[in-house]
Design a protein around this ligand. Structure first.
Ligand code: ATP
Ligand code: MG
Length: 307
């Protein structure tokens, strides 16, 4: 069996004043997977990253990164991990180039190697023209990209990204997402991505965990989570003006929609509509989005908490 990149078992953290920030989290992430860890503010995402990188010790349960315990083997874990969080500070009075070269050297590279690595990353992050500017003169988006570059300096096997695209404009966010995907598919880097940006997450993640108030509400692929949340794909059909489809709801632009239990129900449905004399101009399946699934789980959890 290939070693799991990330494994947690009943992982829990209570901060000093009895705040249960994380309760019994059990998840596995395979090598090369892009795992989206989603949840509202205060859900426990950053706490999880801190536990997985050894910055916090669990109150209960355990975790491992590439088979190593982060609290017992912090140095070894840091060698194979890259972390990008808000709190990972760099030096404002140093240039982008100097910052990256410095962190490359702290990751055991000699001066020449460090410079080469810094150059590579500045180019990849579209910061080449800003390489000699002091960091304090960088915009938010530029700082974000530099801190992603910093997380990549040691060519990590596992990358922890805490809201990597939050300060970025759509174009830069897309570029960062493409880079994340290509690292996972091309270089087998495992990515643990904490985010609120569900659309971007849906573009790049293979599996997800949804967390709220320290509890894992769901875990799986888009398909498996939509099945268990009972959110079905919809058939959307456009017929001739003036025609009406019984059992369908009318939507914008002359489209009609109905729930399917599964995608396989689409062909017989179309056959029946044609058999009944309807003229179909367009037909498609509308699959649930990550946003649909996320809000359903958060809503179910809210209702359970109230009852
Ligand atoms: N150092 C701390 N001391 C006490 N409580 C803390 C500490 N850090 C976090 N918490 C609490 O733990 C819970 C989880 O916080 P965490 O930062 O892990 O959430 P998050 O999912 O990362 O949220 P956000 O999306 O806002 O970044 C919150 O209730 C928070 O107030
Ligand atoms: Mg956070």
């Amino acid at each position: 069996m290939t070693e799991l990149a990330i494994h947690t078992d009943q992982l829990s953290k209570a901060y000093d004043k009895g705040v249960d920030a994380l309760k019994n989290l059990s998840i596995d992430v395979s090598q090369g997977e892009v795992f989206g860890f989603l949840g509202p503010n205060g859900a426990g995402k950053t706490t999880t990253v801190k536990l997985l990188t050894g910055l916090l010790k669990p109150t209960k349960g355990q975790c491992a990164v590439m088979g190593l315990s982060p609290s017992l083997r912090q140095t070894d874990v840091h060698r194979i991990c890259g972390v990008m969080t808000d709190s990972a500070r760099m030096y404002g009075q140093m240039t982008g180039m100097e910052n990256l070269a410095f962190f490359a050297q702290t990751a055991d590279m000699d001066e020449k190697e460090a410079k080469t690595r810094a150059e590579e990353l500045l180019k990849a992050m579209d910061l080449w023209n800003a390489r000699d500017k002091k960091l304090r003169a960088y915009s938010t988006g530029m700082t974000q990209r530099l801190s992603l570059a910093r997380a990549l300096v040691n060519r990590p096997k596992v990358l922890f990204l805490d809201e990597p695209t939050s300060g970025l404009d759509p174009e830069n966010a897309q570029a960062v997402n493409r880079l994340i995907s290509s690292m996972a598919s091309g270089q087998g880097v495992t990515v643990f991505l904490c985010t609120h940006q569900l659309r971007y997450a849906q573009d790049i993640c293979e599996r997800y965990g949804i967390i709220e108030k320290g509890e894992l509400l769901a875990c799986g692929t888009l398909e498996s989570m939509s099945k268990s949340a009972q959110i079905y794909p919809k058939a959307a059909i456009r017929v001739k003006d003036g025609d009406e489809l019984e059992g369908f709801a009318r939507t914008d632009g002359g489209w009609w929609q109905t729930d399917l239990t599964q995608e396989e129900d689409m062909p017989p449905l179309l056959k029946k509509l044609v058999g009944d004399g309807h003229e179909i101009y367009e037909a498609r399946i509308v699959r649930p989005t990550l946003e649909d699934i996320y809000f359903r789980y958060v809503q179910i959890h809210g209702e359970e908490a109230l009852s």
